[in-house]
Design a protein around this ligand. Structure first.
Ligand code: FAD
Length: 357
């Protein structure tokens, strides 16, 4: 959700030139904890993420797996941990800009009073400090590698379901074997005229219970099938009309008359243009000092993307890094502020004043 007004509850977007104390690039577990911590330190904070939902790898890559090494949880589903982190982060009502990929950084101000303009694919954001919590980089959906695919994108071929209405009354082909493919096959049943799900294997990665539910519906499931080509994309408004699919075992080829194809075959990640920023980036990670600060003053990094001697890419260590980075960012923004935040258990009055849910 982006808000072109730039209001703290709404996010960034084109023309959102309101100045924030801290802008966090990446709403994965580490970015979310950083947002909570910044709220505790009463910083005006914004989170930007390329995905349409918060949670990073937890929600995108392994929502149904249990995690055993997060302090305080004997075991927790990744999806549930993301939910708790989102609730905790939203207490101080940070601005959230989703579906927006950060690309460029323009330094403003000077080393004593740094300010930055962050440019994304949707607009720009002004901030005093920023924290890069970008993990392995921005997630983008894996696309079909057939020549006609780019021309049919959003003309019958989709890589995300932003609105169920786009599939209303349509014959829909869904591609994939993970949670997203199976969940959308279930979810679009009340909207689409018919649904066919194809998967290149005969084992689904999706949650067993969801697969069991799907098998009890009228969704047609075809395993070992992949898309060979798409038909349509003629002149004018004409979009997709059919998909040609092939069975990898038997080589059987079928033509399915469909109006829409929803491809859910996973994500690629890339740090993209962030690699070109004047930071020390090696093998996809950004070097930080003991303050979690990068080579640019006021630009911090934490979580999987941050590198230093002894680095462990774990959620537990990322949380500690986020707390450190926020406290150093606080001092950057307000040099009179103490680095040590105090104990949250003793901040009830102050904390309650920023808590809105
Ligand atoms: P991420 O979770 O990767 O989040 C980064 C976010 O930044 C993403 O949402 C991305 O969209 C966004 N982003 C990146 N670039 C941009 C950009 N340019 N513009 C806008 N947004 C951007 N760790 C454990 O501690 N315990 C475990 O049991 C465990 N199990 C795992 C199991 C699997 C299958 C996997 C894949 C990982 C596992 N991990 C585990 C690792 C853990 O998930 C990561 O350490 C953690 O997610 C890192 O969090 P992060 O916030 O740094 O990055």
């Amino acid at each position: 959700m982006t808000d072109s007004t730039g209001s703290p509850s709404g996010g960034g977007g084109m023309g959102a030139e309101e100045l924030f104390d801290l802008t966090i690039i990446g709403g994965g577990p580490v970015g979310l904890f950083a947002a909570f911590y910044a709220g505790l330190r009463q910083m005006k904070t914004k989170i930007i993420d390329s995905l349409e939902e918060l949670g990073g790898q937890l929600t995108t890559l392994y929502p149904e797996k249990f995690i055993f090494d997060v302090a305080g949880f004997p075991k927790v589903l990744a999806r549930d941990l993301a939910h708790q982190l989102i609730q905790q982060a939203m207490q101080a009502n940070p601005a959230v800009a989703l579906g927006e990929t950060v690309r460029h950084l323009e330094p403003l101000g000077d080393a004593d009073n740094p300010r930055y303009r962050i440019m994304s694919d949707k607009g720009s954001h002004l901030t005093r400090t920023l924290m890069i919590c970008a993990g392995a980089g921005a997630f983008s959906p894996k696309k079909l590698r057939i020549p006609e695919a780019p021309g049919l994108e959003n003309r019958g071929l989709f890589y995300a379901c932003r609105s169920k209405a786009a599939f209303a009354g349509k014959r829909v082909l869904i591609v994939g074997g993970g949670d997203s493919a199976v969940d959308w096959s279930l979810n679009l049943r009340d909207t689409a005229e018919s649904i066919t799900l194809i998967h290149r294997r005969n084992q689904f990665r999706a949650h067993e219970e969801s697969v069991r539910q799907l098998q009890a519906t009228d969704v047609k499931i075809l395993t070992f099938f992949e898309i060979k080509s798409l038909v349509g994309g003629g002149g004018g408004e004409q979009g997709l009309t059919a998909a040609v699919i092939e069975n990898s075992q038997t080589k059987e080829v079928r033509t399915l008359e469909v109006d829409a194809v929803l491809v859910q075959i996973g994500f690629d990640t890339s740090l993209g243009p962030i690699k070109e920023w004047p930071l020390k980036v090696e093998r996809g990670q950004i070097q930080v000092n003991s303050h979690m600060e990068t080579a640019l003053p006021g630009v911090f990094a934490a979580g999987d993307v941050a590198a230093y001697e002894g680095k462990l890419k774990l959620i537990a260590t990322g949380f500690g890094e986020a707390a450190m980075a926020v406290n150093f960012a606080k001092v950057r923004v307000d040099p009179k502020a103490k680095f040590f935040p105090g104990h949250s258990s003793e901040m009830t009055a102050q904390h309650e004043s920023v808590v809105t849910v």
